[in-house]
Write a protein that binds this ligand. Sequence first.
Ligand SMILES: [Zn+2]
Length: 155
Amino acid sequence: MGNPALARYGSGDVSTPLPGHHLNSELELRALLDGAGLRPTAQRLGLTGLLFGGAHRHVTAGELHLEAAHRRLAVSVATVYNTLNQLVATGLLTQVQVEADCTYYDTNTEPHGHLFYTDTGELVDTPLPTIPRPLQLEGVELLSVDLLFRVRRRR
Ligand SMILES: [Zn+2]
């Protein structure tokens, strides 16, 4: 099972429920979108159902588009991107930039760090260690801290 301090999200069988949103009814999803000031269109309801229906997860726009297609949800790549970015703008998702051309969307908006496995492309949550504060914080407002460890399993 590996390091219990690491919460592995988005995996299949787990004996204990993982933290997440677990919003399974249309009513809950509508409330989520309403709270974010987004009109609950069929496409947004479908996409938020995929994102917030279970345990926390990391997903790319391409992965979400594929999942939507498998569920026969007719939605364009542009709509997937727009919806993801609106959810980021309203604070329901965070973005994790792992490569210049690879962005993950994270349903866990609590502060945490990430391990990115460069060999498999997995992104795994890890608790934030105590981070030394940068020296020049006078007169500025700290908005966020991104901590990404790029790792590879030993062979
Ligand atoms: Zn995460």
